[in-house]
Design a protein around this ligand. Sequence first.
Ligand SMILES: [Fe+2]
Length: 266
Amino acid sequence: MAVIPSLQRDLFQTVKRAFLRALAVPGAMLFLAAVCVAYARFVEPHWLRVKRVSLSPAPTVRLIHVSDIHFAGDARHLERVTRVINRLDADMVCFTGDLIEEAVFLDGALQILSEFNKPLYGVPGNHDRWALRSFERVREAFRGTGGEWMTDNPVMVPSERVALLTLACAGERTPRGYKRILLEHHPDAARQTHGETFDLILAGHTHGGQVRIPFVHRQVLPFDLEEFDKGLSRTPAGPLYVNPGIGTFYLNMRFRCRPEITLIEL
Ligand SMILES: [Fe+2]
């Protein structure tokens, strides 16, 4: 008579094993997703990368390119960026926009940037234009480092024989032997130079996709920028480097797209 309970026990064990087996794969996937989200939220946004790019066998200029800081009060992160930049051997720092999203964070951002030990040159991004009525204080801070804030004004740097330009002044004549560098926030600038060519075009804006989920990340990039998502591209107007940015926008996360300081030899 003990046969029936024993059969029931076997059946229960069989069902239990099948149930656990069925849960194993989705459970492991859920765990992996949770680990990836935690990594994207707490590790990668602060995990700075210094990328070196050489565009000339005999460089005359070494510049640091940073972009899309999106400072929102994370002073430790921006101070770390500043320390890394100050340790690098370079002639200047070029910033391609989106310092802040809200005016209330401007003072904090400028206070940290004023610690740069190299001249800082920069152009506004779309968020800077939306957040600020005037760039006067930004200009003052950039000049304080020995650099300049550019909107439509070309800047000649005789010590490095470099001409820094924006689209608004791309046709400006530059002294013989000067390297022409275009600073713009939007990478699409490389398609809008009206025949002008440059030794280097620097841009940001894309954040490199910021959260690069395999096979999906291209869909979260700003529209029509797929060919210039991040890194170096050759364009008819000259070599274009798109920096994936220092900060984050919308989602405070980065995945497979670390914040980057780029050291470019030209
Ligand atoms: Fe941005």
